[in-house]
Ligand binder design. Structure first.
Ligand SMILES: O=c1ccn([C@H]2C[C@H](O)[C@@H](CO)O2)c(=O)[nH]1
Ligand SMILES: [Zn+2]
Length: 132
């Protein structure tokens, strides 16, 4: 898996961020199981609660194009530090994640760290819990 490429794609997504209220621009890129990449950006709204995060924009693009398994997601936000996904996005990521998904947090186009799903959402509630 090419983490560098996915981080670069996340930065590309970030260029389209619509964040006039927070001025906090975020980009994301997901890699589907069949190696297709979808990018996303945050999309804010005058009615603040209608805002969509970059991660969910990218994931929903993948899902709506028929790709339901994601093996990596790169996220880039604030400059020179890591931006972690919010709680809602962590829940959406786990819904469509492969078991060994890589959560890649970039702080520059060449610097990133890689986290596991269990590290960012321990004890996740998933579809398996609904079978109990
Ligand atoms: O991981 C994150 C964190 C925040 N945001 C967006 C939502 C909102 O537009 C702005 C400030 O919270 O950043 C994301 O897109 N992803
Ligand atoms: Zn979010």
């Amino acid at each position: 898996m090419n983490c560098d490429l996915l981080v670069k794609k996340a930065y590309e997504g970030r260029t389209n961020a619509y964040a006039p209220y927070s001025n906090f621009k975020v980009g994301a890129a997901v890699l589907t199981e069949d190696d297709t990449i979808y990018t996303g950006c945050n999309i804010e709204n005058a009615s603040y609660g209608a805002t969509n995060c970059a991660e969910r924009t990218a994931i929903f693009k993948a899902i709506s194009e028929g790709h339901q398994k994601i093996k990596a997601i790169a996220i880039v936000g604030v400059e020179n530090d890591y931006t972690y996904p919010c709680g809602i996005c962590r829940q959406v990521i786990v819904e469509f994640a492969t078991k060994d998904i890589k959560i890649i947090l970039g702080k520059s186009p060449t610097e990133y760290i890689v986290k596991t799903m269990d590290e960012i959402l321990p004890g996740a509630f998933t579809k398996e819990d609904l079978k109990k």
